[in-house]
Ligand binder design. Sequence first.
Ligand code: SF4
Ligand code: SF4
Length: 135
Amino acid sequence: MPIEISDKSIKREFIERVMQLSGQDIYQCFQCGTCGGACPMSGQMDTVPRRIMRMAQLGLEEMVKDCKTFWTCASCHSCTVSCPRGIDVARVMEAIRLLTLRKNVNMVEPSKLPAETVKELPQIALVSCFRKLTS
Ligand code: SF4
Ligand code: SF4
C-alpha cells in the first residue's frame, strides 16, 4: 500500500528527534528490506521495519505512532547486524518508543495487569516489560 503524504503530515522535528536519540542517519536506508527478513518478530508486527524507516525518513510521526512495530520489537539487534547500510535499526525503534514514553504514555499499564497474569509471568519478563513499555 503506498504511503500518503501531505505537507501537514511531515514533522521535521520528529525526523530530527529520531536521528538525535538513535544517533543514526535514517536517510542512509535505501529500503532493501533486509531488516524485516532478519527480524524474528516480523510475523507479529503490523508493519515491517523497512516501512517504519521510510515513514521516519518522511517525518510521518502520526503514521509511525499508529503502528505497533516499535513496541513489538524485541531489541534483538538482528536487523542491526544485517543492515547493509550499517544502520542500527534497533536503536531507531528504541528512539521511537522513547518519543512516546517521554510523553508519559504507557504501552502497558502495570496496575491494569490481571493478578493471575502477574503471578504466572516470570519476574524478569515483568521487569523487562516495565522497563521497555512504561514511562
Ligand atoms: S536493512 Fe537497512 S537499508 Fe535495508 S531497509 Fe532495513 S534499515 Fe533500510
Ligand atoms: S531489534 Fe527489533 S526490529 Fe530489529 S530484528 Fe530485533 S525485533 Fe526485529
